[in-house]
Design a protein around this ligand. Structure first.
Ligand SMILES: [Ca+2]
Ligand SMILES: [Ca+2]
Length: 208
């Protein structure tokens, strides 16, 4: 289809330029001069019209086809996961602020987990790899605005199910007020969100 489209485009360009030209539209026209162009026979116009109609149809069919999934490309050390670029810093540990700085040094920030399907994919990804850390810092915190949980981009953190864990207790996280202002995903509660002291030493997950 594109070869024919290219032929038609070449023909139209040459036609508009009005220069002596080699026309590659089918076999009916080999070489045309300006005079010949001006006296283009009706059969050529009909041929052109037919080509345009056929190309219009082919373009319509082409555009109606489902687009192939494009694979997101992430710069090292980030990997594509659920259409986003993340890196699990499994062997590096630090406070929430230190791990955020680690992410910043990698051109990103601590992870935003604002979608349940993304969270499920993330946990599946962690479990499918030889990561061993007990807890991973993510971007949520209420530092400086107690009880108002925010992601690094300033957006609100959704509370409740399905994001927040409870360690099997009746009270769901977050808890402990001003004593726990940063959020991690602990392995021993199946990576559901828990808030903890920001100076706790954990691994972290970044994204950009
Ligand atoms: Ca708090
Ligand atoms: Ca807590």
């Amino acid at each position: 289809m594109w070869a024919r489209g290219f032929k038609l485009l070449v023909f139209l360009v040459l036609y508009l330029q009005g220069q002596p030209k080699h026309c590659i539209l089918g076999e009916k026209i080999a070489v045309q001069t300006n005079d010949q162009i001006e006296n283009t026979p009706d059969v050529t116009v009909d041929l052109l019209r037919q080509e345009v109609q056929e190309l219009s149809y082919l373009i319509t069919v082409f555009l109606a086809q489902p687009r192939p999934q494009t694979t997101k490309v992430c710069r090292t050390p980030y990997v594509a996961m659920s259409g986003r670029c993340i890196v699990v810093l499994d062997k590096i540990t630090g406070s929430w602020a230190n791990m955020r700085k680690q992410c910043n040094n990698l051109g990103g920030d601590l992870l935003k987990v604002d979608d349940a399907n993304f969270m499920a994919d993330l946990i599946q990804y962690i479990n499918a790899h030889p990561f061993n850390a007990g807890r991973y810092w993510i971007g949520a915190s209420d530092l400086g605005h107690e009880g108002n949980w925010r992601w690094p981009d300033g957006s609100l953190v959704r509370l409740g199910t399905p994001f927040w864990g409870d360690y099997g207790e009746h009270l769901q996280q977050p808890d402990d007020g001003i004593h726990e202002n940063c959020v991690n995903m602990p392995r021993d509660d199946r990576f559901f969100f828990h808030n903890g002291p920001c100076n706790e030493v954990n691994s972290g997950i970044c994204e950009y």
